[in-house]
Design a protein around this ligand. Sequence first.
Ligand code: MN3
Length: 195
Amino acid sequence: MEYSYDALEPYVDAQTMELHYNRHHRGYYNNFLNAIKGSDLEIKTLEELFSTVSTLSVVIRNNGGGYYNHNLFWENMTPEKTAPKGKLLNDIVSQFGSLDKFKVEFGKAASTVFGSGWAWLVLSSEDKLVITSTPNQDNPLMDIASIKGTPLLALDVWEHAYYLKYQNRRADYIGSFWNVVNWDVVCERYENAKK
Ligand code: MN3
């Protein structure tokens, strides 16, 4: 992580960040490394592994996904104030009507995940911006995902991501998320995905 545990206060509290990064994220990482240790999966990229995840063990799917998803999530947040711009902003407006409408749609996807999971903005294989969600630690790069694409923005809606500060008010956590989104990173991912 490129910022301190308290950097996203008051939107994401320091205690949540520390537990989330140090315990949850580290747990996925260690379990993933143990699961692939000594196998030919060690030399594969996570993207390669996700593309055939349906043939692999559920331990690899859950922990490889957990490791990868959290890396994206830390990276697409920042204490700096950023805003979408350029091609990404144009395409959000042309596909969702406005940035606010996009936020409403994304929020709906995040709030309707039943139980634990993630909300995503992806660039789909049809070259469209698509909002989707996945259960558990699945992600849109996985062959089992109902909507596949390149992840541009990830939001963790597991209770461990918000319960200490927001308790059961997931909608408030989702609303706060917009204050800490690193749009520079999202724009960069979009440009790279378009290449
Ligand atoms: Mn998490």
